[in-house]
Design a protein. Sequence first.
Length: 209
Amino acid sequence: MEYLPLIGTVFLLNLLAAMSPGPDFVMTVRNSLLYSRRAGIFTSFGIALGLGVHLLYCAAGIGYLISTSVVLFTVIKLLGAGYLIYMGVGAFVSRGSRIEFTEKPAERELTAFSAFKMGFLTNVLNPKATLFFLSLFTLVINHNTPLFIVLIISLLIILTAISWFVIVSVFLTSPNIRRVFLAYERGINRVLGLFLILLGIKIALTFLK
């Protein structure tokens, strides 16, 4: 019972982080609207696996190495920024699907593996996620926290992310919302693409500080 406040704190922090309009949210929205609900859901699972990677190295103490090694952290930061900019440019220059609401042409489908990979890379190459979990493990979880509590918290973080992003995928692929998207698809793609580009640039610019 003494660890319930700790678990509740972690749950709230993680939920707020998932709900914020960061790279994970933008990528889930983009794949759900541009491709399908299935693509959005597999993107969500990729994001969850990325979270698992962050949790693993933070719990193992590798997070401390990243936070103290300027070269290593800079490489991770620039890789993440480059990937976000690459995905943002792709979305910005997209000409739209040019399909009817009921059509699902094969060339427009995103494979489960591709969607999963996009979600995974978006999360695992995001240095803000590194900073978030470093803060979580150093400020909320200390060396006295039992291993089973760390495992429970890690599982809770992953399940929270999956649940939230799957809900986002399902909501955005409802017929009425999808009709609106298809009507304004190119403009929405540009907004989402620009957001990804700006996030990538913002992350890259922190290298100069």
